[in-house]
Design a protein around this ligand. Structure first.
Ligand code: HEM
Length: 446
């Protein structure tokens, strides 16, 4: 077993990675706090007395956007900054400034007048000018970060630097997703006859599906980086790993092809993107296998937060993948799949954060809290998604709270009880992550 420590270059790479990590952490805190409201509004018994369930829909909008949009994009920028060259730093700082401003506006907008929630998929919205402005400002900020990533992570050589290749192809997916959002905005008609939910569903459909490739590619970058920090270097297979990243990104070529052949908003356009998930994600299989082999290779490594995160991430992502193929109808099996996959990605990013802190000038991550945090977060989420999947099997609907859930049968109540218990355990795991990071990030750097 050869070890290969991947350092982060001083100057812009370290400084920008630190700044984006702060931003990502703030978004994760916001999303986690809102998750408490969501869980308590849907837990049998508690739902009847929980005073804030009236905010469920607005909280769901901001929970999803702070987690899937902001946390994921901010951590992607951590990876792009850490693996990228030092050039064009101004693009990074301008992007960060705009994204931070947009996120602050997004977070306060539910408390401003006229915040009518629209629960479409991918990027749900609050029908309110402040919130719309926050989306445009965030979009502009992340577009600058993606542009810098394309300019600074281009792998040299193209088949010799697997992490750079994964990071670069993640940026390509982000670029295509942002392009899809703008293309849909320009051509999807906005008229009073079309109800808001349908309009925003169509608007974010293409880009939302494309972003999933970014998240999955960067999750494997995080797995391999953690593996290398734990002793499983990539020196013996750099070309094979790079090739696997290029193969996994091949389905992205379909994105512009769909837009060029079938206008956004037409049913076949929506169906083709749904099919792109079913037929496109299997191209990730060689990379997922490489991740499993790396996990197996580090099984003997000493216990650490990074190792626990690698294990928990793989288990959650695999479970989410299986649940994805079990979706039938619009019930809570869908959020079960979402949380398996997105929390699998989140745990990989948490583990990489543990590896990166000392390479960004902060202290070494150690201690029982860091070692156990991923198992508490991942274990809680596993109970949460199994509760959602079980309840979905008994017809419990998604995105409704309190009495509106109509939980009448014992199996439904048991399932949603599991959802509640698991969700709260996961929130505790989330708080542990924030405490481990803040304790080191608030300390004066060496
Ligand atoms: C402490 C961890 C978390 C808990 C307890 C939690 C809890 C919840 C709950 C209860 C819902 C509402 C489900 C419904 O009513 O249909 C929800 C929705 C959602 N959450 Fe989370 N969540 C957590 C973390 C995350 C993370 C890290 C992500 C992504 C990075 C995420 C993405 C989503 C998405 C996309 C939805 C919408 C689901 C749908 O459209 O059906 N969540 N979450």
């Amino acid at each position: 077993m050869n070890s290969h420590i991947i350092e982060v270059a001083p100057g812009a790479p370290q400084k920008l990675a630190r700044a984006w990590l702060w931003m990502g952490l703030m978004a994760l805190i916001g999303s986690g706090l809102l998750a408490i409201l969501l869980v308590l509004s849907r837990t049998p018994g508690i739902q009847d007395v929980f005073p804030l369930k009236g905010f469920f829909r607005a909280a769901l909008v901001v929970h999803v956007d702070l987690s899937v949009a902001i946390w994921f994009m901010a951590f992607a920028a951590v990876i792009w900054s850490a693996l990228g060259r030092a050039a064009h730093a101004w693009l990074g700082w301008a992007g960060l400034g705009l994204a931070a401003l947009g996120t602050a506006l997004m977070t306060v907008s539910p408390f401003l007048p006229g915040a009518e929630p629209v629960l479409n998929n991918y990027i749900p919205v609050l029908q309110q000018p402040f919130f719309h402005a926050s989306l445009w400002i965030c979009g502009a900020g992340f577009a600058l970060a993606v542009l810098r990533a394309l300019l600074t992570t281009w792998p040299r050589p193209a088949f010799g630097a697997p992490l750079q290749t994964g990071a670069f192809l993640g940026a390509v997916a982000a670029f295509l997703a942002l392009g899809a959002f703008i293309w849909s905005f320009l051509i999807v008609p906005r008229s009073p006859e079309i109800e808001d939910k349908l309009y925003f569903e169509v608007l974010f459909w293409g880009g939302g599906h494309t972003l999933q490739f970014q998240h999955a590619l960067l999750m494997v970058v995080a797995w391999l980086w953690i593996g290398s920090a734990l002793g499983k270097g990539m020196d013996d297979t750099p070309r094979a790993l790079s090739a696997m990243f290029w193969i996994a990104a091949l389905p992205l070529l379909v994105v512009p092809a769909i837009y060029l052949t079938i206008p956004a908003g037409e049913l076949p356009h929506m169906e083709l993107f749904a099919k792109l998930m079913i037929w496109g994600h299997p191209y990730m299989a060689p990379l997922i296998l490489a991740g499993l082999l790396a996990l197996w290779a580090v099984r003997g490594a000493p216990a650490s937060g990074a190792k626990s995160a690698f294990v928990a991430s793989f288990v959650l992502f695999a479970t989410g993948g299986v649940l994805g193929y079990m979706i039938q109808g619009a019930n809570v099996v869908i959020p079960a799949h979402y949380h398996g996959s997105t929390v699998g990605v989140t745990l990989a990013f948490m583990g990489l954060a543990y590896v990166l802190l000392p390479r960004l000038g902060y202290g070494e991550v150690d201690g029982a809290m860091a070692r156990w945090q991923p198992y508490v977060y991942g274990g809680g989420q596993l109970i949460h998604i199994l509760g959602l999947a079980w309840s979905g099997g008994y017809g419990v609907q998604r995105k409704v709270a309190g009495a509106e859930q109509a939980l009448t049968t014992l199996p439904q109540k048991i399932g949603m009880g599991m959802m509640g218990a698991g969700g709260l355990i996961a929130v505790i795991g989330g708080i542990m992550f924030v405490l481990v990071l803040l304790r080191l990030m608030l300390k004066k750097r060496g």
